[in-house]
Design a protein around this ligand. Sequence first.
Ligand code: GRF
Length: 216
Amino acid sequence: MSGRGSNMSSIIKTCRAFEWPIEVLGVIADKKCEATVNAEKMGVRNKVVNREDYKPVEFQYRLSESIKEVNPDLIVLAGFMVILKEQFFHDLFHIMVNIHPSLLPKFPGLNTHKRALESKETVHGASVHSVIGPVDSGPIICQGKLNIRSNDNPESLGIRVLKIEHMIFPMAVGAVLSGKVRLVDDKWTISNHLNDSWYKADFKENYDFSDCGFSS
Ligand code: GRF
């Protein structure tokens, strides 16, 4: 985490609300921020590896060591404003997911809402994806979409996209950890038993999971 941590809160709350057998082992931030304060309030172990205390390479090393100490099945980046170096994270990337506020591969990087408006997009949204290779790339797990309104500005669009993020990110975390979606040959695919699951019934209406084959 690096800031507000609203996606983090949504993931923790969703895991608890659905009583998923998922344990949030810890929250790590690169500075003291709203996210660590909220993690504390929710009773989740949290730690700051303060970026300003270290040279960049040592920071990355300490960060990777802190994650390895926790030994998670999945690492969730949510608004983490650090580009992770292959050197320290190559053995963790395969269990790492991120959320990005655009319909990737459109608009990687910053200021996505402004850029979507400037490009006269009619549809915008958010993507959950694996962290492999360059920034905001990696196989897409799922995307949530919305129609851009004629009176939208970057702020109004950002508010609506964030609502989508708060729903698709927990769903993606649940789907990955339960094995409902699997990374096969660098592509997220749906497990056969998905047809019987809550996931389809509850979220088909609102979310487009077509990037991992979830369409019918
Ligand atoms: C979100 O918009 C996310 O897509 C982007 O950074 C923002 C983080 O917000 N990567 P929050 O910290 O989860 O509130």
